[in-house]
Design a protein around this ligand. Structure first.
Ligand code: PLP
Length: 406
């Protein structure tokens, strides 16, 4: 007897084509489930006795291709890709800690990561001590004060662009038995490979430079096989699974990472020089400028200055607001590492979770502006920034207008 219409329709529409020639890009395996030939294979694949796929939270070929690519970029044994950068950070940290453990973290930290440590993990009984990681004596004191499971760092910090000495800090942490986790989002694997400097896990928001086009959220972690196996197991229980299409978009960005990073950095260097010499600019932070507080570390540790810079205008937050509103080309939004130049005022956006005291502790001045330099033509950005600086100077210098007589 012939099968009914719907049975035939399901079978007809889910027949997977045989492809003998490998495609030039990784296909999007948009499937929640993968069927086994028999019950024994299903049991073996589900329990990991046999490699393969069953259910996409346990593994998906497109997502695994991204995990492997990220591991390869960092010359790591293994990698894992997650739904967002925060999901990746959460996995990297919570796969290592339990109630009663302690973390020592850089105080120059992305706002949501700080919030993860000081609220979510604190509630779960994991305490965090925030330190100035450019001060090795202070870090050693924090590691000595009580046992620490993790030393948590950012290669180039968000938003103040602090560049800690990763090799020195990793060997210090290892002497005290701590695992070193480094958020490499601002640098990308093109500028820095923290595992080669002694870190145990490197994590990135792939939402940023890896994908590069402001069209996807994703995160990735790389490190030794046992550390990544622990992350993979934790993820099975917690979810936060990356969608195959999102993995495809990040994979699509990776081949042009070097080209984009070179262009981001070339334009950022021009803008940093312009800002540093401009009237009305109090301070500029750009790792490749000799004025950067950790310039020597940056020169040793980074393959260039990168695409991020920060600066402070005379006139504080009010001047900053005028500057941002006067810009024509950059997007006024959060995020970074995009084709678009993006300008933000961190205290009211990316670091809004921080109290005024925490902002001060993180070195974030009330008027700080952060720029993620995009891929637009440098001359256009220069003209735009010059115009916005003039607008900010005029606003700060302007005497209040005489009220009109009605
Ligand atoms: C340094 C840094 N780490 C992690 C994240 C979190 O990434 P996601 O937004 O993909 O969760 C961000 C986001 O801005 C970031 O700037």
């Amino acid at each position: 007897m012939d099968d009914g219409f719907t049975t035939r329709a399901i079978r007809a529409a889910t027949r997977v084509p045989r492809v003998d020639q490998p495609p030039s890009s990784v296909p999007i395996y948009q499937a929640a489930t993968f069927a086994s030939a028999d019950a024994e294979e299903l049991g073996d694949v589900t329990t990991g006795r046999q490699p393969g796929y069953v259910y996409a939270r346990l593994g998906n070929p497109t997502v695994d291709a991204l995990a492997d690519a990220f591991a390869a970029l960092h010359a790591a044994d293994a990698g894992f890709a997650a739904a967002t950068g925060m999901a990746a950070i959460h996995l990297a940290v919570t796969s290592q800690v339990a109630a009663g453990d302690r973390i020592v973290a850089t105080r120059a930290l992305y706002g949501t990561t700080r919030s993860l440590f000081s609220t979510v993990l604190a509630r779960a009984g994991v305490a965090t001590t925030f330190v100035d990681v450019t001060d090795l004596v202070a870090v050693e004191a924090a590691l000595t004060a009580a046992p620490a499971r993790i030393l948590y760092l950012e290669t180039i910090s968000n938003p103040t662009l602090v560049v800690p000495d990763l090799a020195a800090l990793a060997s210090l942490a290892h002497r005290h038995g701590a695992t070193v986790v480094v958020d490499n989002t601002f640098a990308s694997p093109y500028l820095c490979r923290p595992l080669a400097l002694g870190a145990d896990l490197v994590v990135e928001s792939a939402t940023k430079y890896l994908s590069g086009h402001s069209d996807v959220l994703a995160g990735a972690v790389a490190g030794s096989r046992p550390l990544i196996d622990a992350i993979r197991a934790l993820h099975v229980d917690t979810g936060g699974t990356l969608a195959p299409f999102s993995a495809f978009l990040v994979l699509r960005g990776i081949p042009t990472l070097a080209l984009r990073m070179e262009r981001h950095a070339a334009t950022a260097a021009v803008l940093a020089e312009l800002l540093e010499g401009a009237p009305g600019v109090e301070q500029v932070w750009y790792p490749a400028r000799p004025s950067h507080p950790q310039h020597a570390v940056a020169a040793r540790q980074l393959a260039g200055g990168g695409g991020m810079l920060a600066f402070e205008l005379a006139g504080g937050a009010a001047a900053g607001r005028t500057f941002i509103d006067a810009l024509r080309i950059p997007e006024r939004t959060a995020s970074l590492g995009s084709i678009h130049t993006i300008v933000v005022h961190p205290p009211s956006t990316t670091h809004r979770q921080l109290t005024p005291a925490q902002l001060a502790d993180a070195g974030i001045a009330p008027g700080l502006l952060r720029v993620s330099v995009g891929l637009e033509d440098a001359a256009d950005l220069v003209a735009d920034v010059q115009g916005a600086l003039a607008a900010a100077r005029a606003a700060v210098g302007a005497t209040p207008a005489t009220p009109a007589i009605p």
